[in-house]
Design a protein around this ligand. Structure first.
Ligand SMILES: [Zn+2]
Length: 362
């Protein structure tokens, strides 16, 4: 793998690629390289702090779980969050600006995701888009909770290139509400956010119906119902639509922060849902990158040189890293590289990898 200016320049056998003049050389020592993991559903607020459980440094902790890119589903935990239209637009633009300029450990955070409130008009979406806002926070977390209004606003957002995600299932915290299958289908947001609930899932028949009746992305989250996650996976597999499955943690949340949340989802879905581990890794990399329109997530010339290097954890019964994940173990991370720069060496959070890469020249 050769990278230059933060992008993948060449992929192939050593003899076939031009690595002359490389300023940094890394020997993978037989470990496995995957695209950096993407968390499709986070709730950042400001800096590397979350008021939800009052923790500092949570983003840096996720980096040690292989997460190199995060997508905000709304900065809804902001203390005193403004709910008037001018205030919510200002907050979204603030979050978009601050998080695009602030990258703890190199992690890229796509934030600035306003939640829909009654009173918003088409002009607001045009203004938000012109100001650099590219996605909505979870539809249903603001005052707009009916299918018709949600559909109209999601349509305005889409018209100006703003992507949408809808909250699915029971209320997440006191004050939020149920969004059932009919509202999800009526709103027709681009991503069926936490289809396995966050935490409370819809009944099985509604989940199956969402998979069958909609063509939108199926987002499965760590802080949801695991049985419903497996039902979603099974249904998507039967429909031959695994390309719709993307992963998030839906954190920080009431259940805390989960630095290893995406890795845990991959191992859980692979071990209990009977999908090969490499396919489960694609849910959190290529699938999410394609659906969220990101330049990372796939090992391909021209894409961001953003990787996680893993090996089977020490003493895992699995014979290879993929075999270990398919048995339900977490992999050990030996190095994370973001935009062609080494962000971390051996992870402080995963079980120790058997083999780790090494920087041999820099
Ligand atoms: Zn939600």
């Amino acid at each position: 793998m050769v990278a230059t200016n933060g992008k993948i320049f060449a992929v192939g056998k050593e003899k076939d690629v031009d690595a002359e003049g490389a300023t940094t050389v890394i020997d993978a020592h037989g470990t496995t390289l995957a695209p950096g993991l993407i968390d499709s559903h986070v709730h950042p607020v400001a800096g590397d702090w979350t008021p939800r459980q009052n923790q500092l440094g949570w983003i840096d902790s996720y980096l040690h779980g292989g997460v190199t890119t995060m997508v905000s589903a709304g900065e809804v935990h902001t203390p005193g969050r403004p709910k008037d239209v001018v205030g919510l637009k200002a907050m979204a633009i603030f979050a978009q600006r601050t998080f695009s300029a602030f990258r703890p450990g190199g992690v890229r955070i796509h934030a600035g995701a306003p939640v829909l409130e009654h009173g918003m008009v088409e002009e607001d979406f045009k203004e938000l888009a012109a100001a650099g806002v590219s996605m909505l926070g979870e539809v249903g977390l603001g005052s707009v909770k009916d299918g018709a209004t949600a559909r109209q606003m999601v349509g305005w957002a889409r018209k100006y290139g703003i992507q949408s995600t809808i909250h699915t299932g029971g209320p997440s915290i006191p004050g939020s509400s149920l969004i059932d299958k009919d509202i999800v289908l009526a709103a027709d947001a681009d991503v069926i956010g936490h289809i396995n609930g966050g935490h409370t899932a819809l009944p099985d028949d509604q989940i199956v119906s969402l998979c069958e009746s909609s063509t939108r992305a199926l987002e499965v989250v760590h802080n949801g119902n695991e049985k419903a996650a497996l039902l979603t996976l099974r249904t998507a597999k039967e429909l031959k639509q695994l390309s719709r499955v993307i992963l998030g943690t839906d954190s920080p949340a009431g259940s805390g922060v989960q630095p290893l949340g995406i890795l845990r989802m991959i191992s859980m879905l692979s071990s209990l849902g009977d999908v090969p581990a490499e396919v489960a890794v694609c849910f959190a990399t290529g699938n999410t990158a394609r659906i969220r329109k990101l330049d990372c997530g796939i090992v391909e010339v021209g894409r961001a040189a953003t990787f996680v290097m893993m090996d089977r954890a020490q003493h895992s019964s699995g014979k290879t890293v993929l075999d270990s994940m398919q048995r339900g173990d977490l992999p050990g991370i030996g190095m994370v590289i973001i935009d062609a720069a080494v962000s971390t060496h051996r992870s402080r959070n995963t079980p120790p990898a058997t083999k780790v890469p090494e920087v041999i020249a820099s």
